[in-house]
Ligand binder design. Structure first.
Ligand code: FAD
Length: 409
């Protein structure tokens, strides 16, 4: 029997480590358990992040080598290959090497005093009268007990530990299944632009991305609600009118597969002695599937709540419910807007998507977005942009088309 620290964190991904870092800064004793032998490996993520949000989290600039590229704009291709592009005055997003990014946050946490146990898989929770009291960790094939005042679950999309805490994981129909590949020999790469490809025949319920790394190299992937992502990626490369021009001769160097929950945060991400953060709490943008920035923001909120709970020695579900209220105050409005947008996008035909892109080109919608700085909190961004006549016209067109389609059935 061991009593290692005040708090056990399950998972050494960015959200687990960032929560641990923020707890350690408050003088809390934290141990992170990571099942793999190395932080950040294997990597499943494209690592496309907003520079502004990283700055707000105190994580930008990043040390040399972590940033692979920065981007001044985006190009979106409709199912028939029509192009809509936006360009900004300054670099707005970056692509990070996720393995190095995760390691960087864990190094910051270690420097702040966090203890890391690698090759340590949390098998189950220790509970007494439904209060979580610690974790049982498998180390070298043997179970070891660690008693803690609180457990922070940052296990990503596994949801094993979350279930044991009596919490409900995201609905199965809220997931998209993704592939992210490293590719070379890509034609006509515009190095400072991220490209997005749409089309229900290629990426049903989501989209595909091309994120240049340099010369002819890029990260390339897609998500889909139905179908095999690997097969769909091949189809996109060979047949999508815009993607095939760039990717027909591309060589896939590596591929990884992983799901993304798009249904918005869990309705309950806490229980007695237990909080969930990051993908484990489904703190992910329902439009783009980006989970790093929302997860890191919520991990910071969790660290504050843990500190207060330890001060008050109150680990009850009732007390910890302030975590849910606080993180929903932070991201709730934006998630609501994005969920609505996702619902509309999920029901729109390829023909209508072509119509949108055509209309947006005609009204020069890109002019309405050129001063954009914030891409994560999309509800607030839309509110701020609503004075712009081009954006009002775009929204009106979008909803009219959606209503027409819904009425037609
Ligand atoms: C293909 C793809 C592309 C993506 N691209 C982007 C992007 O460009 N931008 C963006 O913002 N988001 C992106 N995302 C989402 C992003 O990857 C996640 O939101 C993010 O990784 C969540 O971080 P996390 O720390 O919550 O979970 P994870 O990064 O999944 O980390 C969880 C950690 O917990 C460990 N673990 C799990 N169970 C246990 C256990 N029982 N015991 C010990 N350790 C355990 C795992 O090994 C892992 O290290 C993408 C996702 C996919 C699938």
């Amino acid at each position: 029997m061991k009593n290692l620290s005040d708090v056990a964190v399950v998972g050494g991904g960015p959200c687990g480590s960032f929560c641990a870092l923020n707890m350690a800064k408050k003088g809390i004793n934290v141990t992170v358990f990571e099942e793999h032998t190395e932080i950040g490996v294997p990597c499943h993520c494209a690592g496309h992040l907003s520079i502004n949000s990283l700055k707000n989290l105190g994580l930008y600039p990043l040390p040399r080598g972590i940033i692979e590229n920065v981007f001044y704009g985006a190009k979106i291709y409709s199912p028939s290959g029509l192009e809509f592009s936006v360009r900004f005055a300054s670099a707005i997003t970056c692509a990070v090497n996720r393995t190095l990014f995760d390691k960087h946050i864990s190094h910051l946490a270690e420097k702040a005093g966090v203890h890391y146990c690698l090759s340590s898989r949390v098998k189950s929770l220790i509970t007494k009268d439904s209060l979580v009291k610690g974790v049982i960790v498998e180390k070298k094939g043997k179970p070891v007990k660690f008693f803690n005042s609180l457990v922070v679950d940052a296990e990503g999309t596994a949801y094993r530990i979350l279930r044991q805490a009596g919490l409900a994981p995201p609905r199965i129909d809220s997931f998209v299944y993704c592939v992210n590949a490293e590719v070379e020999n890509v034609s006509d790469l515009e190095l400072d632009v991220v490209e997005v490809f749409l089309g229900n025949n290629y990426t049903p319920g989501f989209y595909a991305w091309l994120i240049p790394k340099g010369e002819d190299k890029a990260k390339f992937g897609l998500g889909a609600k139905v179908g095999n992502p690997k097969t769909l990626l091949q189809k996109l490369m060979k047949k999508h009118p815009a993607a095939s021009k760039k990717l027909q001769r591309a060589k896939i160097l590596r591929e990884s597969f992983h799901p993304i929950p798009l249904g918005g945060p869990l309705l309950k991400a806490y229980s007695d002695g237990f909080l969930a953060v990051g993908d484990a709490a489904s703190q992910v943008k329902p439009t783009t599937g980006g989970g790093v920035i929302f997860g890191l923001n919520c991990a910071k909120v969790a660290a504050d709540v843990v500190a207060e709970a330890l001060n008050k020695k109150d680990f009850s579900s009732k007390f910890l419910s302030i975590y849910q209220r606080r993180f929903m105050k932070l991201i709730g409005f934006d998630v609501k807007v994005m969920l609505e947008a996702r619902r509309v996008l999920d029901r729109i035909s390829d023909k209508k998507l072509d119509g949108f892109v055509g209309f947006y080109r005609k009204i020069h919608l890109n002019e309405g977005f050129k001063d954009l700085k914030e891409i994560d909190f999309q509800g607030q961004t839309l509110l701020r942009a609503c004075w712009n006549p081009r954006i009002i016209a775009a929204l009106a067109y979008f909803f009219t088309a959606y209503l027409q389609q819904t009425i037609k059935g």
